[in-house]
Design a protein around this ligand. Sequence first.
Ligand code: SAH
Length: 393
Amino acid sequence: MHKLILKPRREKSLKRLHPWVFSGAVASVQGKPGPGDTVEIRSGSGEFLGMAAYSPRSQIVARVWDWRARAIDRAFFYESIERAVAQRRALLDADATDAMRLVHGESDGLPGVIADRYGDTVVLQLTSAGAERWRETIADALLEVTGAARVWERSDAEVRELEGLTAMTGPLRGAREPTRIAVTEHALMFQIDLEHGHKTGFYLDQRENRRRVRQLAAGRDVLDGFCYTGGFALNALAGGARSVLAIDSSAQALALARDNAERDRLPGVDWIEGDVFQLLRKRRDEGRRFDLIVLDPPKFAPTAAHAAKAARAYKDINLLAFKLLRPGGMLFTFSCSGGVSADLFQKIVAGAALDANAQVQLIERLGPGADHPVALNFPEGDYLKGLICRVAS
Ligand code: SAH
C-alpha cells in the first residue's frame, strides 16, 4: 500500500475529520502512487489517519475517502452512493421535486464527486484526481442505485485545472439525446440544458428559497437580479406578484427562462439582458421602486483571497437594492462565495443598509436545502448564505 507520511504535528486537521491534506504537510511518500491512487495517510509517529486519494499536482495533495483502514474499491463507492441516495429519500419530499443533489462531495464522504438527479438523468461532475480515477465505477453505481436511465458527465468546472485534469462532458451511460430535459420543482416546470447549463444545469441549492419567495410575493412588484433560467422570477409570479422584472447577462439563460415561462403559463415577466450593477443604477435614477428584490449573484469570491474585492461588489448591489425598495419592502440577498463567511456577509449587508440610509430588520437566515448537507468539520462546504431583510415601513 502506498503511504503518505505527514510532518510532525500536521495531523491535527485530519483528526478533526477535515478531509484535505495540503502538500506542505507531507514529509514523505512511500511507494509510487499515481494521480487518483489510494494512499494510506500516517502521522509522523506512524499513526493511521485515513485512506485517501492522491493528487500529486494539486496543493490539496490528498482527500480522505474513509477514516477507517479499509479497501477503497467498488464496494466502497456502491455503499457510499447508496447511503447518500437513501438520505435524500428520507429527507426530501419526492412529490415536491424530481430534481435534487444526490451526492454533495466532501460532505457526503465522496471528495470531488457531485451527482445531481434531473428526472431520469443523473448529471455527474468530477473535480478531483481521486474522483476521476473512479469515474466508471461511480457511473455504474449511480445508475444501479437510482434506477435512472442515464448518466451524463459535466466535468468542466475550472477547479479541475488545479488537479491537472481537462474538461470531460457528454453521455457516460445511456443515450445522448435529449440534451434538454424538463424537471418539476414545487409544481413549476424548469428545463435543464445538459450541454450548456451552468454547473450541472440548475441551481438546486436554491429550491427552498425560491419557494420562500413564492410565499411572500403576493401583490408585490418584484425584481429578480441574476435570474438565470427564471427560478425566483417564476416563483414570484406563481405566488401572485403584481409585476416581475428579471435581469441576467446571459442571453442563453434568458432564452430558456422565456421558454419556461411559456410552458408554465406564467406570462408577464419583463426579461432583460444586461448587467445588474448598471441596470440597478439606471432603475434608481429613473425613480423605479420595488416591494421585493432578489439578489443571487455568481460567486464573487471563490476563496478568502478575493474577499475584499467581493465585499465591495456585494455592498454595491445591496446598497442599490435598499435604495430601490419601498417602505416595508423585502430583500432576499445571497452569497455563494466560499471566501465570504456568513458573519462577513451579514456585516456587508448591514453596511449597505446604513449607507442607503435605510432602517432594516433581518427577518430570516437562509441556506441550501437538505440535499446539500454540510459536514460540520468541513467549513468549505458551507458556501450558500442568504438573508431576508425588511426595510422599515
Ligand atoms: N437565481 C438563479 C441562479 C443565479 S446564478 C436560480 O435560482 O436559478 C447567477 C446568474 O448571474 C447567472 O445566470 C449569470 O449568467 C448571471 N450573471 C453573472 N454576472 C452578471 C451580471 N453582472 N449581471 C447580470 N447577470 C449576471
